[in-house]
Design a protein around this ligand. Structure first.
Ligand code: UTP
Length: 409
């Protein structure tokens, strides 16, 4: 059977024949690109559309207490010693999640290439490399850094980092991989075309990182190097510590299979997900799910019981992640504005959401872990997220926090 016939059959089976609507008009290379995409696309994600109108059911939510700064200070030396020994044994690696679209920041390039400097260049990637370098120096050993990109920003990300000489990091210890993508559909469940010869796809959410690492063939590398723990972190927090020995030691000594850096909420209405237990397993209550009852629940010290927000800096045990791989993780549908080619072949840039993207959430991975240690960090020294250009969690607010931490911009 030719590739075209195979693609046609797959589309018939999935009720998606519209994807070949313009096939007759395409050049040979465009035909090849489209059929290749159809043959490799994961159509199974479409099954989650069936439940699209069903409200997601949560289990019973109860508090999960965090290890607070005071406890950490008391044990800092012991935790740090343990963390350093694990790092020196080569058992820890870092994973940078840089596959997002960074839509809110509104810059054209990958978010990490954004320059927050004022009197000199200070790129977001540079801050992250420098922060990891502090742990490298403290442990006096290199730490493997995996960087997840998306098919859209992969080339630009690699070239940018290479052209800056890995910001002083050792290139042998940097491995890039591309995050898996999922198709985008209209509200009727029909997959959209971004070009007449290309399906509209998007990176499959911040929870797609480990399965993408495995699909990229990195399991062998991890096992060969003896990596047992992965510190996963987002691209946008320029102050975060990466592979911080004290954090790693605290999680290991807690006996938990994962750890999450958390900050004390700035106020009851801060838009941040907080750690909790759901049916006895670690989980996160998103800020839109916070009820008055949860907001008003106090712990035994009279403090809010749901008060520690996650900042997308987690430690995961690799063996536990591999165990979870065999499970089907929930796919979340996000309503988005998706540019597409209409039936007549004209490009459309919608002003309103016109379809769904499919996303996996890292929180669902945490929920599958046998335990998670919420580990408090100081907002002022460890949390400067850049989501927007101005206002809350922005370039402006991050610059101010850098100033407070004596970082010259
Ligand atoms: P956000 O949820 O803030 O998304 O990602 P974003 O793409 O950076 O920004 P917006 O929402 O479009 O403005 C949190 C972290 O997860 C990564 C991002 O790169 C960031 O480090 N991420 C998100 C991925 O790596 N892949 C994804 O599919 C989504």
């Amino acid at each position: 059977m030719t590739d075209y016939k195979k693609a046609q059959k797959i589309l018939e089976e999935n009720d998606q024949e519209q994807l070949l609507r313009f096939y007759g008009e395409l050049s040979d290379s465009e035909k090849e690109e489209l059929t290749e995409q159809i043959l490799t696309l994961d159509f199974s994600v479409l099954a989650s559309l069936i439940d699209r109108n069903r409200p997601s059911l949560r289990g019973k939510i109860s508090p999960l207490s965090a290890m607070q700064i005071g406890d950490i200070q008391k044990n800092r030396e012991r935790f740090t010693r343990e963390g350093l020994s694990v790092i020196r044994a080569g058992k820890t690696a870092a994973v940078l999640l840089a596959g997002g679209m960074g839509t809110r920041l509104g810059s054209s390039g990958p978010k990490g290439t954004y320059d927050i400097g004022i009197t000199r260049h200070v790129f977001i990637f540079q801050c992250l490399f420098e922060n990891l370098m502090s742990s490298v120096k403290e442990a006096d050993t290199w730490i493997h850094l995996f960087i997840m990109t998306s098919s859209r920003n992969d080339t630009e990300t690699r070239e940018f980092i290479k052209s800056h000489n890995y910001f002083g990091y050792k290139p042998e210890y940097v491995t890039f991989f591309i995050q898996d993508a999922a198709p985008a559909v209209d509200f009727n469940g029909k997959i959209l075309l971004e070009e007449k010869y290309r399906i509209a796809t998007s990176p499959n959410g911040n929870g797609g990182w480990f399965s993408s690492m495995v699909r990229a063939g990195l399991t062998g590398k991890m096992h060969d190097e003896g990596i047992e723990w992965l510190n996963v972190f987002s691209v946008d927090n320029v102050l975060q510590k990466i592979c911080e020995p004290c954090f790693i030691g605290a999680v290991l000594q807690s006996g938990c299979a994962s750890g999450s850096k958390v900050v004390r909420k700035a106020g009851p209405d801060e838009k941040i997900g907080v750690m909790c237990l759901e049916d006895g397993k670690p989980s996160v209550v998103e800020y839109i799910e916070m009820t008055d009852e949860l907001r008003n629940t106090m712990d035994k010290n009279g403090e809010p019981a749901y008060n520690f927000g996650v900042i997308l800096n987690y430690l995961f045990n690799v063996a536990e992640l591999e165990r979870v791989l065999s499970r089907k993780m929930p796919l979340h549908l996000a309503k988005k504005k998706i540019p597409f080619i209409d039936e007549k072949g004209f490009p459309v840039i919608p002003n309103e959401p016109n379809g769904y993207k499919f996303e996996l959430f890292i929180l669902d991975l945490i929920h599958e872990m046998p335990g998670c240690l919420p580990y408090e960090v100081m907002r002022n020294s460890d949390f400067a997220p850049i989501k927007n250009k101005t206002g809350v969690d922005s370039v402006e607010s991050a610059r101010e926090l850098c100033r407070v931490n004596n970082i010259v911009l």
